[in-house]
Design a binder for this molecule. Sequence first.
Ligand SMILES: O=P(O)(O)O[C@@H]1C[C@H](O)[C@@H](CO)O1
Length: 293
Amino acid sequence: MQVGKRTISHLKRPSYTYENYRETANWLLAHTQQRPKVAIICGSGLGGLADLLENKTVFPYKDIPHFPHSTVEGHASQLVFGDLQGKQCVCMQGRFHFYEGYNLATVTYPVRVFFLLGVETLIVTNAAGGLNPSFKVGDIMLIKDHINMPGFAGQNPLCGPNDKRFGVRFPCMSDAYDKDLSRLAKEAAEELGFSAFIQQGVYCMLAGPTFETIAECKVLKTLGADAVGMSTAPEVVVARHCGLRVFGLSLITNEVVTDYESQKKANHEEVLETTKMRTMDLQGLVSNLLAKM
Ligand SMILES: O=P(O)(O)O[C@@H]1C[C@H](O)[C@@H](CO)O1
């Protein structure tokens, strides 16, 4: 990872002002005619979703005022505007993770920019390890709910002064994932003949970058988590705070290890391999969902 001046300034950045978000949004509005209502955040290896867009305008993150940039393999660093199923969308090819050293204000910076652009719906995707024993590698899990584990440890992106222009001080999270969108996604998946590999479940975010120990996986299962990853929850919290509807899906890229005799070891290469295998199906599902929205 090259730590240039820009990276260091983002790592150290404590917070952002409303004007920062506004400046980024205004810059984007001045540089594209697109007025997206849907934003899509691409998980590890899932950037191909942006290839679905037509009439594209692409902005490398480094060119966008105040925007952070991604340091992880499998995450390009660009914002892609375009049309999908006749709907104007904006797609993040590359997200920001807490484990990269960014604080949660930086991790979630794009979500508030989307809100100021006029986005109403956020689609989040991620690569995740399967905890539920009935899940197989390559399954797509519609996220029903999440466990924001860093939040348990005081790392919630809404900690700090609340800016009412984004949302209320104490936002509700019991309705974080939109039931109607989930139902539509299920229908979309059935139409595509995907029922055999569609699951529904609870995503648990850990800070990463370490994959889990065996004992940690056992704990997460006991807590009711079906899949584990290193992203998504902060973005969803900030999106719900500012009133965006959220739909999320996890691609189960690997089975977590829960047996001390097992020789298997979680690794990022396997994660990216699985995303390659399922990328077309995932794109089909998101596209069919958008057609129904
Ligand atoms: O951005 P996501 O959550 O899809 O990325 C997952 C978590 C780590 O960044 C990486 C581990 O392989 O994939």
